[in-house]
Design a protein around this ligand. Structure first.
Ligand code: SF4
Length: 336
């Protein structure tokens, strides 16, 4: 079993009635002495809130950046990928429940210092906080990213549900280069009933992150019969175009039965293609399909030239010069 090491948490306030309120994410949990917040990895003990997953990794491996997925951000590179236990959502369809529902004292966790992780990350092109929700291990990511940025020019990334509050996001932004944000549906009802949260804070995080100059891509997992109505997909696509921009990379991901949604069938390929068509019709220029074989090359929206060929999780270098298509000169928003 992993030792019970605790680090004082950031972003919390004392309340008058012997409780504290955590301000890290939009749940704003009120927590009593000896209890934990909804994420199960932040605990109130002796008048302080502690992170129970500081320095604890459930998974530490290198991944292609395309696997996050981030398609317009240093294509063809590898990121050291850190994941631990805990999540501030309780998605019925969770595709990674062993980590999101895992215990902060699990025997599967291994302990690392900030220096350990930075030393390992320097062997790759960047570092990503992923697999479980990164917000709930905010303190460790903040310390690692800050130290990592002092040591070299590698990139940092979060693969997140977007439920972080604005102040923590603002504090992390100078050290965070990219985010893939899950938008799990485009109705508050789905967020309330299936996810255990609200839609608006997620949308706010996405727009704030763009304003803070963080590279943002968006993932939408299409679950048959739950969040795949053309009207909902149209509203989602319009919102992305108006608020994040028409050149935002959007990833529609195919659902496979998991966790408490094993009775729901995998998303039909036709439904995935329909979602892609809807997003393109609404003016989005880069719409990709994940978790199924598909043409996921990047094409210039101006002249149709293949900018970047992708195969599974690998890709080459984009055919652009000074950020523009070599053939027609259109701006291509791929960072590399
Ligand atoms: S980070 Fe955890 S404890 Fe803090 S508000 Fe969110 S769910 Fe609650």
């Amino acid at each position: 079993m992993c030792m019970d090491i605790m680090k004082e948490a950031m972003f919390w306030d004392k309340l008058e009635d012997e409780q504290i309120r955590c301000e890290l994410c939009a749940h704003h949990c009120n927590i009593k002495e000896g209890k934990r917040g909804l994420c199960n990895v932040r605990e109130y003990r002796e008048r302080k809130l502690y992170s129970l997953v500081y320095g604890k990794a459930a998974s530490l491996v290198s991944d292609p950046i395309e696997k996050k997925p981030l398609y317009h951000f240093f294509p063809g590179t590898y990121a050291l990928s850190f994941g631990t236990m805990g999540c501030n959502f309780s998605c019925e369809f969770c595709q990674n429940a062993s980590l999101s529902c895992g215990s902060p004292t699990s025997a599967h966790l291994r302990e690392y210092s900030v220096k350990d992780i930075v030393r390992e990350a320097l062997k790759y092109d960047g570092i990503a906080w992923t697999y479980n929700e990164p917000t709930v291990s905010y303190e460790f990511s903040y310390d690692v990213f800050r130290e990592y940025k002092k040591k070299g020019d590698g990139y940092t990334a979060y693969v997140t549900n977007g439920y972080m509050e604005s102040e923590p996001l603002k504090k992390l932004a100078p050290y965070l280069d990219a985010m893939n944000i899950d938008i799990k549906a485009f109705t508050d009802k789905f967020y309330r009933e299936v996810v255990g949260g609200k839609l608006q804070p997620v949308l706010d995080t996405a727009t704030r992150s763009v304003e803070l100059d963080i590279h943002v891509e968006v993932t939408y997992l299409i679950i048959p019969g739950h969040n795949d109505e053309p009207k909902e997909l149209s509203e989602f696509s319009s919102w992305v175009k108006e608020n994040l921009g028409e050149d935002t990379a959007v990833h529609f991901s195919r659902f496979h039965p998991d966790h408490r949604m094993r009775h729901v069938p995998p998303t039909p390929t036709e439904k995935m293609e329909e979602a892609q068509d809807i997003a393109v019709e609404h003016g989005l220029n880069y719409v990709y399909l994940g978790n199924l074989p598909a043409d996921n090359n990047t094409y210039c929206p101006g002249c149709g030239t293949t900018i970047l060929s992708r195969s599974y999780f690998s890709s080459g270098k984009p055919k652009i010069k000074d950020g523009k298509c070599k053939k027609c000169g259109r701006k291509i928003p791929i960072i590399y």
